[in-house]
Write a protein that binds this ligand. Structure first.
Ligand code: ZN
Length: 242
């Protein structure tokens, strides 16, 4: 096999295996993003639930106040009726005093109920708005979740395809060359074959000697490696439009 063919296969293999690496990173990242989405939405639900509970307890207080007021009004009525049966002036004055106290108390309760009604009104409006927002968020959450699930599925397919492709390329490469590639890849954090442009190694970004750069641009008889990071080099003309 000619050197240029070997190099072409190595470049193909590197591209396929880099794609595998990228897919694996994304595949790992997606479930974490799913978790974040779920947490975010669950927080919104908890907040909305707390507001609904607040509204419910305010409604309960209003019912209690209504009952209290009703009781107050009834006892006022009964006290007024007692005025009809009084025998002495002293008793009369005492009941009048009692009536006055009850009236003040009832009037204060009415004021409290009016304030409560205002609060209830505000909270009901706010709760309605929040429930509306929650519905929008729920829809968005479901959409994003479905999208992530779909992406995860297609990534699994892409991974299978890329792995198969890598295997197919590997089968075409001579064993000793493949060994060398794997060895460099192991040291070079997944990168064994890198392009060179303007005398700069695409792996370590260091300059390579001008003479080696000239050689790289011609058809060569030896496999060139970077003097700094030891990765296999190929020249890539980045001026050409492909
Ligand atoms: Zn290098």
């Amino acid at each position: 096999m000619r050197l240029t063919e070997q190099l072409a296969l190595l470049i193909q293999l590197q591209k396929a295996e880099s794609a595998v690496g990228r897919i694996q990173v994304r595949k790992k990242d997606l479930p974490l993003r799913m978790e974040d989405l779920e947490k975010e939405f669950s927080t919104l639900c908890t907040e909305a639930e707390a507001q609904r509970e607040q509204l419910e307890s305010l409604r309960k207080r209003r019912r209690e106040k209504d009952t209290q007021l009703q009781t107050g009004q009834e006892s006022l009525k009964r006290t007024r009726e007692r005025l009809l049966d009084v025998k002495t002036n002293k008793e009369y004055q005492s009941i009048l005093k009692e009536i006055e106290t009850l009236e003040v108390k009832n009037s204060r309760m009415e004021d409290e109920i009016i304030t409560l009604l205002d609060e209830l009104d505000c909270l009901e409006t706010a709760t309605k708005a929040r429930d509306g927002e929650l519905n929008v968020s729920r829809q968005r959450f479901e959409e994003q979740k479905a999208k992530l699930a779909q992406e995860l599925e297609s990534l699994a397919e892409e991974l299978t395809v890329s792995l198969k492709k890598s295997d197919e390329i590997r089968e075409k490469i001579p064993a000793d060359l493949l060994r060398k590639y794997d060895q460099i890849k192991g040291i070079g954090r997944g990168l064994a074959v890198v392009s060179v442009w303007k005398e700069v190694c695409g792996g370590c970004h260091m300059s390579i000697p001008p003479q080696q750069y000239n050689e790289l641009q011609k058809a060569t008889t030896t496999m060139n490696t970077c003097p700094n990071c030891n990765r296999i080099l190929y020249w890539e003309n980045r001026n050409s439009d492909k």
